[in-house]
Design a protein around this ligand. Structure first.
Ligand code: FES
Length: 163
């Protein structure tokens, strides 16, 4: 176990160990372990990938290959509120790229990186199945915003700012 970890972190690694031991001999173990690790840590840091590789006796390159192949794995921490901008065709032609640019400006971050306070991260996604509302922004899993203009971005963000 990495030695520089705080107590909470160590507990998460202990949890991960428990899981690894319970599934070690099953087929498809790597993907399952990575899922569990992401559930515990929120994302898969290099350190976590290294840890999983060692525990499963696999080369790090194999672990890294799987992590980068599947887009449900994330190598960077996500914000508490994930702001997803649809860049599918219908949204793109209605100006989703300008909405995305304004969001980045407003929050001072690039795609897939959390704000300093950890409150937000921005993600580009494919068609969200709401093309008639294009361009579409989804905050979290349920809050859909349709026909969003760049000028509306700050109003949307403000709703989720911490008191
Ligand atoms: S392209 Fe954005 S919702 Fe379909």
């Amino acid at each position: 176990m990495p030695s520089t970890k705080c107590e909470g972190h160590e507990m998460l690694y202990a949890e991960l160990d428990k899981y690894i031991n319970s599934v070690k001999d099953q087929p498809g173990v790597l993907i399952n372990v990575l899922h569990r690790a992401q559930e515990l840590f929120g994302y898969l840091s290099e350190e976590t990938q290294q840890y999983v590789a060692e525990k499963l006796n696999l080369p790090l390159s194999q672990v890294y290959g799987v992590v980068t192949f599947y887009n449900f794995f994330s190598t960077k921490p996500k914000g508490k509120h994930q702001v997803k901008v649809c860049l599918g065709t219908a949204c793109y032609v209605k100006g989703a790229d300008r909405v995305l640019e304004r969001l980045k400006e407003e929050l001072g971050v690039e795609l897939d990186e959390p704000t300093k306070d950890g409150n937000f991260s921005i993600h580009a996604v494919r068609c969200l199945g709401a093309c008639s509302m294009a361009p579409v922004v989804l905050v979290g899993e349920r809050d859909f915003y349709g026909k969003v203009t760049p000028d509306e971005v700050s109003k949307i963000i403000n709703k989720y700012k911490e008191e």
